[in-house]
Design a protein around this ligand. Structure first.
Ligand SMILES: [Fe+2]
Ligand SMILES: [Fe+2]
Length: 268
């Protein structure tokens, strides 16, 4: 899969607070994930680059450079997105600091290849959620156009580069127990943090005790469009010994996004 670097900027000036069709809990879920990206993607780039000397193939070396460039632009746009959240009164600066502290601790105590294993695990989650965003129109139905465009761009590129960290991990001698073990650990830590972020965002939004917003979010996450329900099977596939991210071939979906985004003229 060609990894195309697209230096896109999104005009967020007119994005309203509850930009996902007025659904407050669902908007908070997307915003919650956005807070992870700047620190998270810097961690991914660092852990992949730390193993570059183990990559012998020029093609994979080029993919590593393209991966870092894509993640760098994602970080920039999510920093702008998070600045908007901060201006709206969400405690995203403190939340980002907590993510940075956690990842800083991982970098100090975990073996380097485990850090890369955690990156592979989180890239798998990202690619799965991103596939659902792109494949199901309902996932961004009613969303502000700039936000829909930003999330779809990020989703497409996450899928383009979904195997890069994985292939570097393999070249660097990563074993199956390391891969499965780091996935198990990353699953617990990441989803606990997502839940914590959701509580913090909804508290700041005044919806923490709203049964209606929780019910709407639960319906959206587990039933329709149901990204978390649909996550389970492809998540478990990661534990297959011979698993590779491109076992699930979604090139056609990415090509469809590419032509629609060119058609809409979203490029900066
Ligand atoms: Fe990214
Ligand atoms: Fe990524």
């Amino acid at each position: 899969m060609a990894i195309t670097i697209r230096n896109l900027r999104f005009d967020l000036a007119t994005v309203p607070r509850h930009w996902h069709g007025g659904r407050r809990g669902v908007t908070s879920f997307f915003d919650n994930l956005s807070v992870f990206f700047p620190a998270g993607e810097r961690f991914f780039i660092h852990s992949v680059n730390a193993h570059r000397s183990r990559v012998s193939s020029p093609a994979l070396q080029a993919e590593v450079r393209a991966f870092a460039a894509q993640e760098g632009f994602h970080t920039r746009e999510h920093e702008r997105y998070n600045d908007l959240l901060a201006a709206q009164g969400y405690p995203v600066v403190a939340m980002d600091a907590r993510v940075q502290r956690l990842l800083g601790w991982v970098r100090r105590v975990a073996p380097r290849r485990w850090q890369l294993g955690a990156t592979c695990a989180l890239e798998h989650f990202t690619a799965l959620l991103a596939h659902m965003l792109l494949s199901d129109e309902a996932a961004l139905e009613g969303a502000h156009p700039a936000m829909a465009a930003l999330w779809r761009w990020h989703a497409a590129e996450e899928n383009e580069h979904k195997a890069v960290a994985f292939d570097v991990f393999t070249e660097a001698g990563g074993s199956y127990p390391e891969r499965a073990g780091t996935m198990a650990l990353a699953t617990v830590v990441f989803w606990a943090k997502v839940f914590e972020h959701q509580l913090r965002m909804m508290r700041a939004d005044g919806t923490l005790w709203s049964p209606r917003e929780w019910a709407e979010l639960g319906r959206w996450l587990f039933f329709s469009p149901g990204p978390l329900r649909r996550l389970l099977r492809p998540y478990l596939a990661y534990y297959r010994p011979g698993f590779h991210p491109w076992d699930f071939d979604n090139h056609a979906l990415l090509e469809r996004w590419e032509s629609s985004y060119l058609h809409q003229g979203e490029a900066a």
